[in-house]
Design a protein around this ligand. Structure first.
Ligand SMILES: Cc1c2[nH]c(c1CCC(=O)O)Cc1[nH]c(c(CCC(=O)O)c1C)Cc1[nH]c(c(CCC(=O)O)c1C)Cc1[nH]c(c(C)c1CCC(=O)O)C2
Length: 351
């Protein structure tokens, strides 16, 4: 149960277009936000981050709250997402991980064997205090705009841990799945538990929705996803048990496994740019709210081309019970932020 002072319970965010759409209602105006909206496309972000390491910024509550609020002030988007990273709970559980600019999360000592997995320790709930504080500071400023809690899905996290960094097709991670199925299952359970604790901390501190990011899901066969990954994603959502918070599940390249996602605990599903929303909705049986689908590659196209694309996405989104406009993946760092503001205005102007 969420406390009576939680933004969802006290009515601050429950009636927001974003929360209503995730729950499957169709508000008068389509809500819109952008994955990775807090980031390098914004000059104010670059100024806030000058000389501060990425993970240090995530663990400094005042700074994390300020960066979270920047895209709300600038673009007028319908939801905020906590400025943090999927590897933050991994770091807080004691794993030596850093973020290399232009590359992503890197581990000098990757987790590759059963004995490496056995050394992983559960996360100490006290270690998550800076995250809870960042959420409280953010929510105090947001008013009726909901904050989205997020976490990395177990397979995406495990891929970074096993590979030691970003990889093209997650070959080492997918090999471990077969070389040592027991170590694999233990590793994915550990990932589900750290991500679950991260999500639960954000929701209890005041977030009004939760999204699981399954960025590498597209490298898996349907069979492997179903048998060796999906149960662990369900376990991550299960960490939110008892909290009546709307949940989203987003995967990149998830077309082959799309129909499996709603069964894992999410209310709404995020779609990348590969599959049109009417086709995605048909694959899901027509009853699942959808998010996303604007191709990030078109952000640098002439406005008339981008506008036609956004309008097509909105039209096809009518096939689902509700649609939250968003990109099909994160904002590229070189994006002109004024283009994002213009998309928000376009989405909000369409009735
Ligand atoms: C795979 C993944 C990561 N992180 C994340 C994912 C899942 C979504 C996806 O597929 O993009 C999720 C994430 N990372 C970040 C957020 C913040 C909230 C938001 O969306 O605005 C979120 C939701 C901040 C960040 N996370 C990161 C940055 C950039 C850090 C910097 O400014 O140097 C930000 C703002 C770093 C990061 N962290 C990660 C990558 C690939 C990178 C980019 C590295 C680079 O190109 O420099 C891992």
């Amino acid at each position: 149960m969420l406390p009576p002072t939680h933004p969802l319970t006290d009515g601050r965010t429950a009636a927001s277009p974003f929360v209503r759409a995730v729950r499957g209602e169709r508000p008068a105006v389509t809500p819109v936000w952008f994955m990775r909206q807090a980031g390098r496309s914004l000059p104010e972000y670059r100024a806030s981050r000058a000389g501060v390491d990425m993970l240090d910024a995530c663990l400094t509550p005042e700074l994390a709250a300020e960066i979270t609020l920047q895209p709300i002030r600038r673009h007028g988007v319908d939801a905020a997402i906590l400025f943090s990273d999927i590897v933050v709970p991994v770091l807080l559980a004691g794993v030596d991980v850093r973020i290399v600019p232009g590359r992503g999360p890197v581990l000098d000592a990757p987790i590759r064997t059963a004995s490496d997995v056995l050394k992983l320790r559960p996360i100490d709930p006290d270690a998550l205090a800076p995250i809870a504080e960042a959420v409280r500071l953010t929510v105090a400023e947001l008013g009726s705009t909901p904050l989205i809690a997020f976490g990395g899905a177990p397979f995406t996290l495990a891929s970074y841990l096993v590979e030691g960094g970003p990889s093209k097709d997650q070959l080492r991670a997918r090999s471990l799945m077969y070389a040592d199925p027991h170590a694999w299952a233990a590793l994915l359970n550990w990932c589900a538990d750290v991500t679950g604790a991260f999500l639960r901390t954000q929701v209890e501190a005041g977030a009004s929705a939760a999204q699981l990011f399954d960025s590498w899901i597209g490298s898996l066969s349907r069979r492997d996803y179903q048998r060796r990954v999906a149960p662990h994603s369900r376990r991550a959502f299960d960490a939110l048990r008892g909290l009546d918070v709307p949940k989203l599940h987003f995967g990149v390249g998830s077309g082959e496994v799309l129909d499996l996602l709603p069964g894992l605990g999410a209310d709404a599903v995020g779609i990348d740019w590969r599959l049109p929303l009417d086709e995605a909705s048909a694959r899901l049986g027509g009853g699942v709210p959808l998010q996303g689908n604007i191709d990030p590659a078109l952000l640098s196209a002439p406005w008339s081309v981008l506008q036609a694309h956004v309008e097509d996405v909105l039209d096809r989104g009518l096939a689902a019970p509700a649609h939250i406009a968003n990109l099909g993946h994160g904002v590229p760092p070189e994006t002109d932020p004024e283009v994002l503001t213009r998309i928000v205005e376009l989405v909000h102007a369409r009735l």
